[in-house]
Design a protein around this ligand. Structure first.
Ligand code: 6R9
Length: 653
């Protein structure tokens, strides 16, 4: 890159931690000092929040970088930590999971219930011949059995590979092949957008592909009750036939801290999906600690709700392992925020008295678009901390979240991390940090992150560059499954000895970190590297805009020209002169160099299945090229709608 990423956005709003929260916060400012004075000692202390059958005496082995070992001589069982120890401590009657199905059915599982279910499922896996080290693919909707299946795998030491239920049979096959899975756990179907959607046919299809022959059994949960389900005798077995009759006791075996816990595939922009490998002790230490610190969880009184799907890392770390290791009571919701109505999330917050909410910017911006009156109909007064994850949150969306969902009382914590980092890395702490809308701000205690330029020099405050992690951390990925070289090349080669996250970032005048989007998305305009995130945030700060996606399209004069796609707010019309007004607004916010050449109002934006904007496809549209691979899109038809809006686009009919 010719120049560091421009640092243009100015944000003056500040929010102090609420006094009541600060006075009783789980973690105070001293944690930063302790971790700074003795980083490894700090993590060794956090590891002791878990129950080990053999306490580790070693903390970090970094003798063969970038291959880390954490707590290597310790032994533990992840499922025991997430379930049994809470029952043994007398909290068996505490609710672990409030399940809310999309059709409105609900189920409550206490920790004692969970212990029985996980034990039965573990016994069933053993009966099916699953041994420690065997991989198990999980392809399920958001139902309690999904959490039970993951914990049952962990209990018997079989690394799981959860594949998001919205993926196709082909995508599932590729993941089964790469991980060489022995068993697939699935369901007849799940409920999505008001109807039953089948899952089993995708598994049947996947298992016709070469390289999946080692799958011995398919364990099928009955969720939607379709009658016409196809069945392969000898291979397919019903969950209720095999799991329900098992003894509800199972003695967990302990595993080495570095025993593989799971593989989770990230697609990235090029090449085949990478199987990100996480192991047991370090991962569990960091997800439990960060959940405790960032959400200030009080397990006796809080109700936590992470709205992500279990198929993504956010679901692994902050639905399953972090909250359950901490003995939390949490909500598990099967459906989408707008089914059967656009207030469904807020209805669930009211119903269960959710106190801690963790959601993605895409959903927050959708709520902004649908209108303030919808959340206003519900009692959201139980909420006390709001989290955000998955993309940069535009300052205006942050402020909307705090105001309309958090009643102007709740801290908003913008948490930056990745599948590869396993747990939260950069985030404010709700009882400590004076928050700034749009910034993830500070590395967690015990985490070392900074921003560097092209030559790997740390940039001064007030400048932009590349986000890097400078020291190993407990929940770091251990490798790319089966491909150590790809692990080295992808993450550790760009900057010697440092982990490069692929994200652009800047440090503001106070040294706080702002994420600026994937560096692949950064635009080059007349010699300036401009962040898509900053231009998007400037657009969203206009009252008529709910959501924006910005790309750089090839331009003969300026190398790239800024092209913006905007979704207008519920009440904003495509008024005459609005695009001109928006261009002027961006120029005023960021400077004339960042003024979009073209602004196109659209009804939807292309998103990945986990809700991230896919700028690559918009770049194709802006450059009037044939679209690249659309297979990871939630809804490929949005691209037709967007293309039809292009000036000069020929009508199809
Ligand atoms: C947890 C998760 C990782 C990528 C990451 C970055 C983006 C996530 C963010 C954020 C800005 C935040 N990202 N959180 N960008 N602010 N708070 O989403 O994992 O699916 O692997 O995505 O998401 O670009 O590099 P994953």
């Amino acid at each position: 890159m010719s120049e560091a990423i421009a640092n243009m956005l100015k944000e003056e709003r500040r929010f102090a931690p609420p006094a009541g929260l600060a006075a009783h916060a789980n973690v105070d400012a001293a944690a930063y000092e302790q971790a700074k004075a003795d980083r490894l000692g700090f993590w060794a202390t956090q590891a002791r929040r878990l129950s080990w059958s053999k306490e580790p005496t070693e903390t970090l082995d970094w003798s063969n970088p970038p291959f880390a070992k954490w707590f290597a001589d310790g032994k533990l069982n992840a499922a025991y930590n997430c379930v049994d120890r809470h029952v043994e401590a007398g909290n068996g009657e505490r609710v672990a999971i409030h399940f809310e199905g999309e059709p409105g059915d609900s189920r409550t599982l206490t920790y004692a219930d969970l212990q029985k279910e996980v034990s039965r499922a573990a016994n069933a896996l053993l009966e099916l011949g699953v041994k420690a080290g065997d991989r198990v693919a999980i392809y399920l909707p958001m139902i309690p059995e999904t959490v039970v299946a993951m914990l049952a795998c962990a209990r018997v030491g079989a690394p799981h590979s959860v594949v998001f239920g919205g993926f196709s049979g082909d995508a599932l096959a590729a993941r089964i092949q790469d991980a060489d899975a022995r068993v697939v756990i699935t369901a007849d179907g799940g409920y999505r957008k008001g109807g039953a959607s089948a899952l089993k046919p995708a598994v049947d299809e996947a298992l016709t592909k070469p390289g999946t022959e080692e799958v011995r059994n398919v364990l099928v949960v009955r969720r939607t009750g379709q009658e016409d389900i196809s069945w392969t005798e000898g291979r397919d077995v019903w969950w209720h036939d095999v799991v329900d009759r098992q003894p509800d006791e199972h003695t967990p075996q302990s595993f080495d801290a570095e025993h593989p816990l799971f593989i989770l595939y990230t697609s990235g922009t090029t090449g085949k999906p990478k199987g990100i490998l996480h192991t047991t002790g370090g991962y569990l230490t960091q997800v439990a600690y960060t959940h405790h610190a960032v959400f200030d969880l009080k397990p006796e009184s809080d109700v936590f709700w992470c709205t992500a799907d279990v198929g993504w890392v956010t679901g692994h770390s902050y639905i399953v392992y972090g909250p359950l290791a901490n003995g939390a009571t949490e909500v598990l919701y099967e459906g989408t925020p707008d089914t059967p109505h656009k207030g469904r999330w807020w209805e669930i917050v009211e119903k269960y008295g959710v106190t801690l909410l963790y959601a993605a910017p895409t959903a927050i911006r959708a709520s902004m678009k649908w209108g303030d009156d919808i959340p206003a109909k519900f009692d959201l007064s139980s909420l006390r901390v709001l989290g955000s994850v998955g993309e940069p949150i535009n300052p205006e969306a942050w402020v909307w979240y705090r105001h309309h969902i958090g009643g102007n009382r709740t801290p908003v914590v913008d948490t930056w991390w990745q599948t590869e980092t396993g747990g939260i890395m950069i985030s404010p702490l709700p009882g400590v940090t004076e928050t700034k809308p749009g910034s993830a701000q500070v590395a967690m205690p015990g985490i070392s992150a900074t921003v560097v330029d092209d030559e790997a020099n740390e940039v001064p405050n007030g400048s932009g560059g590349y986000l890097v992690l400078t020291e190993p951390w407990p929940s770091m990925l251990r490798t790319v499954w089966g491909d150590d070289q790809r692990f080295i090349d992808t993450y550790w080669s760009r900057f010697e000895g440092r982990y490069f996250a692929g994200d652009g970032a800047k440090k503001d005048e106070d040294g706080d970190i702002w994420l600026l989007g994937r560096v692949d998305d950064v635009m080059l305009v007349s010699g300036h590297n401009i962040s898509t995130t900053e231009v998007e945030s400037a657009l969203v700060s206009h009252p008529s805009v709910a959501e924006a996606a910005v790309v750089g399209a090839t331009d003969p004069q300026t190398t790239q020209a800024i092209c913006a796609f905007v979704i207008l707010r519920g009440d904003a019309a495509e008024a005459e002169g609005l695009t001109e007004e928006l261009r002027a607004h961006v120029a005023k916010q960021l400077g004339p160099i960042a003024k979009p050449k073209q602004i196109l109002p659209v009804a939807e934006l292309p998103k990945t299945r986990s809700g991230k904007i896919m700028r690559r496809l918009l770049r194709d549209v802006a450059e009037q090229r044939t679209l690249g691979d659309v297979s990871t899109l939630t809804d490929a038809s949005v691209m037709d709608l967007i293309q039809a809006k292009l000036p000069g686009a020929a009508s199809e009919d």
